[in-house]
Design a protein around this ligand. Structure first.
Ligand code: SF4
Length: 351
């Protein structure tokens, strides 16, 4: 294998020609002309990209920047509006931390993000990976930025056969060894692009890879088999109930979920705790019907089966839980709650 600095220079040359066009990115030629990445945009994109694909994030990122073009604007935003705009992106603790972080940066830091990984890590919602990514991309710090793409590239380049997640520290060390002092921000994005477009999970296109002459997995003919992964435990199945109620004036009975838990701070249908230990109590007295329909949704750690109960509620309904929402936008609901809404409407033909 060649010297790391020479390999990094080759990869940067490839990146200059083939960088993906992403709305939060400063293109390499613009970077060379002196344009700097906006730390706010880098931070916003990195938080959105945690556990979420580039394709899913693009439209949310553009919408957030239109509504809140800088960190001060986001810090002053209405919480419910931000949670509503985040709906559908998942992992809702990120949205709550996004607001907390914006308010710390706008307040304690006078609107300027810290320019080191260490300083960034002290902010709400910013872990080691996100801190390294922002420090590298926004401030050109030589931080090793290791996401799933980079792990895959390193596992193949160095033919690391230890399965993930055990191999993580070794892959991080390899990524750090490879990180150059010159253009580290572009380099971080270049390795990610290599993993996303050439060194792909199933069929790596080694024939057009700038590191093909150096790659140990390619030489051994095992590229597509790496990285190895420990067998996954099957996810448990949990059950719950969603009470979808509509008042005669068209308002829907919803509740805001408690901040700390799953889907915290988001709007949702009243129901049980999804833990099989509490019988679900209806949020209001009504003729709740069981349409025999079940919403299925998968979270990171479990599959959820949500039984529906549907009712038309009288105009003078006084719910014990939740509030009526007039003019509900289904897009304000997290995905699982939107599935319940769609199913209730189609099952009972509610308009
Ligand atoms: S040669 Fe193939 S396996 Fe190795 S880094 Fe390039 S694309 Fe990945």
């Amino acid at each position: 294998m060649r010297d790391a600095a020479i390999m990094a220079a080759d990869l940067l040359g490839w990146y200059d020609r083939h960088a993906r066009d992403l709305p939060w990115r400063v293109a390499p030629e613009a970077g060379r002309a002196g344009q700097r990445a906006d730390p706010y945009a880098v931070w916003l994109s990195e938080v959105m990209l945690q556990q979420t694909t580039v394709a899913a994030v693009k439209s949310y990122f553009t919408r957030f920047l239109e509504l809140w073009p800088d960190v001060g604007a986001l810090a002053a935003a209405d919480d419910a509006q931000v949670m509503g705009e985040w709906a559908g992106l998942g992992y809702y603790a990120r949205a709550r931390n996004l607001l907390k972080c914006a308010r710390v940066v706008a307040g304690a830091h006078d609107g300027a993000f810290p320019d080191t990984a260490e300083g960034l890590r002290a902010l709400p919602g910013i872990g080691p990976y996100t801190a390294a990514a922002i420090a590298a991309i926004a401030f050109d710090r030589p931080e090793a930025v290791v996401d799933g793409n980079v792990e895959r590239v390193m596992a193949r380049l160095f033919r690391v056969e230890t399965p993930l997640p055990t191999a993580k520290p070794e892959l991080r060390d390899r990524a750090a060894e490879m990180t150059p002092r010159a253009r580290p921000g572009d380099y971080a994005q270049a390795v990610m692009d290599l993993g996303a477009t050439i060194c792909t999970p199933k069929r790596p296109a080694c024939g057009i890879c700038p590191w093909q002459a150096d790659c140990r997995a390619r030489a051994a003919g095992v590229a597509a088999d790496l990285p190895a992964r420990a067998a996954k435990k099957p996810k448990p199945v949990r059950h719950g109930v969603a009470f979808v109620g509509r008042r005669s004036d068209g308002a829907w009975l919803l509740e805001r979920r408690p901040d700390g838990g799953l889907l915290g701070g988001m709007l949702g249908w009243p129901g049980g705790g999804w833990d099989d230990t509490h019988a679900p109590v209806p949020p209001a007295e009504a003729d709740w019907r069981d349409p025999g329909a079940e919403v299925r949704h998968t979270f990171t750690h479990f599959h959820l089966r949500l039984a529906l109960r549907v009712a038309e509620l009288p105009a003078d309904c006084r719910p014990e839980r939740g509030d009526f929402v007039v003019g509900l936008r289904p897009s304000d609901l997290p995905t699982v709650m939107r599935k319940a809404f769609d199913m209730a409407r189609s099952t009972l033909d509610l308009a």
